[in-house]
Design a protein around this ligand. Sequence first.
Ligand SMILES: [Zn+2]
Ligand SMILES: [Zn+2]
Ligand SMILES: [Zn+2]
Ligand SMILES: [Zn+2]
Length: 368
Amino acid sequence: MAAYRNTPSTKLGFIEEDTDLRLLSSHLFPSKVGGKASWLSLDHLPTPEILQCSKCSGPMLHLVQVYAPVEIEERDDTFHRTVFIFACPNSACCSSINNGNFKLPVINDFYSKDPPVENIRDDEDMGKFPHAGKFQSLCSLCGAKGTKKCSQCKRTYYCSKQHQVADWKAGHKKVCLEVSTGKKGLETKESHCNLLFKEFELVTEDEDIKKDYCDSESPSRSDSERLAEYQQLMRSPQMQESEGKFTEEELDASAIHETEDDQQFLKFKKRIEMEPDQVLRYCRGGEPLWVSAHQKPSAEDIPRCCCGKERVFEFQVMPQLLNYLNIDHLGNSLDWGTLCVYTCKDSCPVGNTYKEEFLWKQDFHGNR
Ligand SMILES: [Zn+2]
Ligand SMILES: [Zn+2]
Ligand SMILES: [Zn+2]
Ligand SMILES: [Zn+2]
């Protein structure tokens, strides 16, 4: 039990399915999953080049944003702070051990310390609040900065050719002529939800570590049962087939790895069993809960911030989130064991703009 007393407490993030999605707009500082990013700084959005997948160069989609103010003495600019994760939905970009298909702009500062106004009665009320679209053109499909204009109606913007084509097929083809001839205003209703990750509010609560979890330091019978269950789960047919081809030495080495890995996975499983629906674990300055003993970053693997300070672990996205994203229809197989976010220790001032931080993707072992 003592082992947990000194570690910073963890906040868990859960999907809230019943939220009025209008409440996830920028001025209410939401934490959320999917949909269009609710930008914190409304101007100076990241350029389409920044939100491009480093593998396929396609536009990435908003995956998660976490509102995470940091208290730093004599600093006002961390009072409002949001970390965003963007991911490429293209399955070909997701397979390898690489974080090139995830990107994380972080913003410190845009709003004053005034508390957000929460009582929204109708859409007209929403219209009164500033929106990133008032400061620049936004991609009609994904809500990122839009730098390309539809040449026909000249009123719809896109971040990329890909999103223009996708939107054309999704219905812009129909409305474009009406819009361009002035018969109809631009549609405000979203028809793109199927092209984005499904949108949800993310709510957090403190992790409550149950007594029996702390007491069970030595493996109990149920632990070995769980381990057997896990081994069954991880033993893919391909792995079994290839087993005969290994030399004895290789088998010994892999057996050692498997044991280490089993233990790590068991630890992971036991910790999340208390709250199996958690999709996020937030613990700035703490340690991630690894899903595997493999692919853990060493200190050198986490690059320092542009200010020269080291980056610290801030939060991790759990594999459970994959169950909510509604990604099957996107025709992809986005996958991860866990996504660990590392940010500047000092949350150094970036001014009224976005800055890229670092993400480490860990796969379930045997998933590569
Ligand atoms: Zn890609
Ligand atoms: Zn776009
Ligand atoms: Zn058009
Ligand atoms: Zn920094």
